[in-house]
Each structure stands twice: as structure tokens, then as C-alpha cells.
Design a protein around this ligand. Structure first.
Ligand code: HEC
Length: 142
């Protein structure tokens, strides 16, 4: 099922309204920031970044949080569905630069909308956490 642009915009608004992050202007080059902190990245992923709404708590795709019914329905209708960030074999992006761009500008052709609220440090922390998810996913028995 394709979801409408209006639906996506509404979803973005709904998610943004739920987040209480302090707004800091993103700078041009996030890759220049210091090394990421995995634990802080995890907090961003499961918190203000709202990544867990679609990608699951701790990146476990089947572990979605309790969401308002209409938000849950919008996410369930996304085509393609949100990526399983623990399954590196199924992932398309090959570098943190590409991933940072996907988070900041949205993932083209998908329901993943741009995040402009995270600080650069939070983005770097989130990328460090994503690397851990891929590592844990590769180590886990399938
Ligand atoms: C509205 C649902 C939604 C939210 C919220 C969301 N994503 Fe996504 N994400 C998607 C979808 C859909 C895709 C595309 C899957 C595909 O291409 O098959 C995607 C793709 C990605 C990819 C690329 C995976 C690959 O193929 O390499 C990354 C990395 C990612 N998301 C990280 C994040 C992070 C970090 C956050 C939080 C800042 C986030 N996402 C928030 C839905 C979401």
C-alpha cells in the first residue's frame, strides 16, 4: 500500500509533537563531529529520535512500542516497510555518511521523513548505536 504525502506529513507532525528535544540547529557536516557514544545513541534511538516507532525498540523490528492506533496504522502501511537495522545483509546503505544523510534528509522513496531536531552529536551517537545493532544482529543466531 502506498501512503499519501499528506499522511506522511501528518505522521511527521504527530511524531514531532511527541518529542520534547531541545532544538539545536544542525550544522553542515555531521561527519566532522567527535566519536559517537553508543549508550547515548541508544537513548536517542529509543527516545527523541523516534526511530523506535518504525524500527522497533532497540532496533528489534518486531518490538514496536505502544502507539496511537492511527500512527500505528500509518507505519504498518509504509511501503517499503521500515528496515530491520539489525540485519546488515538486507540493508542498502553502505556508509555512515549515507546513513547520516538518510536521517537528516529522509530516506528517498520511503516513509522515513527527515529529522532536523537532533544535534550533530546526537546524530553521531545514533550512528554509533546503529553500528552496534548491525554487529549484534550479525552475531545473533537466526
Ligand atoms: C516513519 C517511520 C520511520 C522512522 C520514524 C524512522 N525510519 Fe528509518 N527507515 C524507515 C523506512 C521505511 C526505511 C526504508 C527501508 C527500505 O529502504 O527498505 C528506513 C531506512 C532507514 C535506514 C537505511 C537502512 C538501509 O537500507 O541501509 C536507516 C539507517 C534508518 N532508517 C535509520 C533510522 C534512524 C536512525 C531513525 C531515527 C532518527 C529512523 N530511521 C526513523 C522508516 C522510518
Amino acid at each position: 500500500m502506498r501512503i499519501s504525502f499528506v499522511g506522511l506529513a501528518l505522521l511527521g507532525l504527530a511524531l514531532a509533537a511527541g518529542a520534547t528535544a531541545e532544538v539545536t540547529r544542525p550544522q553542515a557536516n555531521p561527519s566532522a563531529a567527535a566519536q559517537g557514544d553508543v549508550e547515548r545513541g541508544r537513548a536517542v534511538f529509543n527516545g527523541t529520535g523516534v526511530c523506535y516507532y518504525c524500527h522497533g525498540v532497540d532496533g528489534q523490528i518486531e518490538k514496536r512500542p505502544q502507539l496511537a492506533a492511527d500512527t500505528a496504522a500509518l507505519i504498518a502501511g509504509l511501503s517499503p516497510p521500515p528496515a530491520d537495522l539489525r540485519n546488515s545483509k538486507a540493508l542498502h546503505l553502505k556508509s555512515d555518511k549515507q546513513r547520516a544523510k538518510a536521517v537528516r534528509e529522509g530516506h528517498p522513496g520511503t516513509g522515513m521523513f527527515p529529522d532536523t531536531r537532533m544535534t550533530n552529536q546526537e546524530l553521531v551517537d545514533a550512528l554509533a548505536y546503529l553500528a552496534l545493532l548491525r554487529k549484534e544482529g550479525a552475531a545473533a543466531p537466526k
